[in-house]
Each structure stands twice: as C-alpha cells, then as structure tokens.
Design a protein around this ligand. Structure first.
Ligand code: BTN
Length: 311
C-alpha cells in the first residue's frame, strides 16, 4: 500500500468513528509505527485527530490543501494543491498534455493569474483559484457547455455560501446591484482546450472566485464572498463547486436550463463586442449550445462568443 493509500484508508476508518492504533494496523496490514507516522502526517496536514479512550477520533478538518479537499469530496477529482503558483491554468495545461484527467490544480495564491482576452487576473491569498482538467468525448462545438457548467457550478456553490450569485453571459458570476442589470463581479472563468476538428482532446476550466478577500483589495467593479456574506469555508466551497460541476458534466442537457435559471443577462439591453463587430439589443434567450439570442432593431441575431456589457 502506498503512503497516500494508507492515509486515505486511515481517514475512511476515522470517518466511521473512533478506532484504535492496533485496530488500524491490523485492518490495513501495516505496522503500528506506520500508523503513528501517518496519523502525525495527517495532523500536520490539518486533520484534527484526537486520541481518546476508545482510540483515534477525527474532531475537525481545518486545512485547505489537497488531502483536506479530497476528504469527503463526492466527485472523482484528485487535487494538486499549491500555496502559491503562477497560474493554475498553466499547470493544468501541462497535466492535460501529459494525458491526465479529472485532476484539479488548486492554489491559495496566483502570482501570474490570467483572465479572458489576455487580461491580468488578480489572485491574492484567500481566494479560490482552481483549474480542472477533463477529457470529455464530445465535439468541439459542445465545449462551451462545459464553461456554462463551470459558471452554474460556481454560482450554485456561492449561493449556498449566502451570496445572491447570478450569471452574466456567457460565464461571469456576478452579484446584482439594484434591479437595473448592474452588478459586481464575484468570479470569472477561463476555459482552454485542445482537440481535433471532430473531437475534444482535453478541456482545462479555470475558475477564479473572490472568496475570503477584503473589499479594498479587490479590483474595481468586483466583490467577494467576504464582502457579501462573510467568510466561507473554502474547503467545503471547493467540494460543492466540484460536485456540482461533476453533476452537470454528466447531464449536459441540464446545463442550459440551470444557466437560464441563474441568468442576470436575459431581459437586459446589451452590447456584445465580437471579432466581427458589435451588436446592440435586448438579450432574449440562450440557445441549447449557450449562444446568446439578441433582439436587435433589424431582427434576431445569435452570438456564440463575445464580450457582453449590460446597458
Ligand atoms: C475572466 O477574465 O473573467 C476569467 C478569469 C479566470 C481566472 C481563473 S483563476 C484560476 C485560473 N487560473 C488562471 O490563471 N485563470 C483562471
């Protein structure tokens, strides 16, 4: 059994209730010294394990790192955690090109965070910065659904944290300010992919959430979970986000209806900048692949991608 497998097995046993060192050693078929060593390592990793009269007991998980996020995560992702990294998307691209799947690169801080359209993305300690790698068996035309699924998953996790999170087309998670379509940005998504004409090879969905960040440390027009609802348990938040994403990637037909339910853009007057020019009109719907339908003075137009501004 590898060290990681031993740790996982110990955690699984502790989840069932108190268990003694000798019992663990016997059931895992390792020495008692090996059990002590791994219990110490788990304590160092933020698992509060108490030794009571009936054995070891897991009192709390306080850490934010790989083993802590994997513990009780109900989705098949492994977590690669970094205290600090350039960009989780860059690392995810590396892992994807090595053939990995269902891996999440998670960091407390990014020093070279990237946003859409080559913009910089501020990512100080306290936020949730992650990139997940998945290798779906789909055509490239369906890939935008994964970005929509990421925004739905993020908005739903934020709503559970007490924030009135909504989605601005295509995939900004925002908090409304008043009822005229104005908002502050809570989270952004940067999806990168590689593939052939007819098949996606991998998708790296980068998700950045201003979680436990002070209002005065945020870029203009942004907000955070801390500013809206108080601090969130980031471990639980990431788990909920990944569980929701896993659910929607397994049920792509549910993505657009869930997106519509959370949309702030529908019913708004918008301006969308595309490579081929801008369109102004009322956003009336999204298609089943997530393109925005805009009622303009000259009739309906469908926009697959672009930078959208609420007017
Ligand atoms: C946007 O412009 O709205 C998208 C921002 C995406 C930021 C996230 S943070 C995690 C991942 N790593 C990056 O460098 N960018 C994405």
């Amino acid at each position: 059994m590898t060290t990681n497998e031993t740790r996982r097995s110990i955690l699984e046993a502790l989840a069932e209730g108190p268990v003694s060192g000798p019992q663990l050693a016997e059931s895992l078929d390792v020495s008692r010294a090996a059990v002590w060593k791994q219990i110490d390592a788990l304590r160092d990793a933020g698992f509060e394990i108490e030794s009571g009269p009936t054995g070891y007991e897991l009192a709390a998980v306080t850490a934010y790192n790989g083993p802590a996020v994997e513990y009780e995560l109900e989705a098949p992702f492994s977590i690669e955690y970094h205290d600090s990294i350039g960009s989780t998307n860059d690392r995810a691209r590396e892992l994807a090109s090595e053939g990995m799947t269902d891996v999440v690169v998670l960091a407390d801080e990014q020093v070279g965070g990237r946003g859409r359209l080559e913009r910089e993305w501020s990512a100080p300690s306290g936020g949730v910065w992650l990139s997940l790698v998945t290798r779906p068996d789909i055509a490239p035309a369906q890939a935008p659904l994964y970005t929509l699924a990421a925004s739905v998953a993020t908005a739903r996790a934020a709503r559970e944290a007490g924030v009135d999170a909504r989605i601005k087309w295509p995939n900004d998670v925002v908090v409304p300010v008043g009822d005229e379509g104005e908002y502050r940005k809570l989270a952004g998504i940067l999806t990168e992919m590689e593939g052939q004409m007819d098949r996606v090879d991998w998708i790296a969905a980068g998700i950045g959430v201003n979680a436990n960040i002070d209002a005065d440390a945020l870029p203009e027009g942004a907000t955070s979970i801390r500013a809206e609802a108080g601090d969130v348990d980031r471990r639980r938040f990431v788990q909920r986000l990944l569980e929701e994403f896993d659910r929607y990637r397994g049920d792509l037909e549910a993505v657009v209806p869930a997106w519509r339910d959370l949309a702030l853009t529908l019913g708004q007057r918008v301006r969308v900048e595309r490579a081929t020019g801008e369109i102004v009109g009322e956003a009336v719907d999204v298609t089943e692949s997530g393109a925005l339908v805009i009622e303009t003075e000259d009739g309906r137009e469908t926009v697959a991608a672009g930078d959208c501004e609420h007017l």
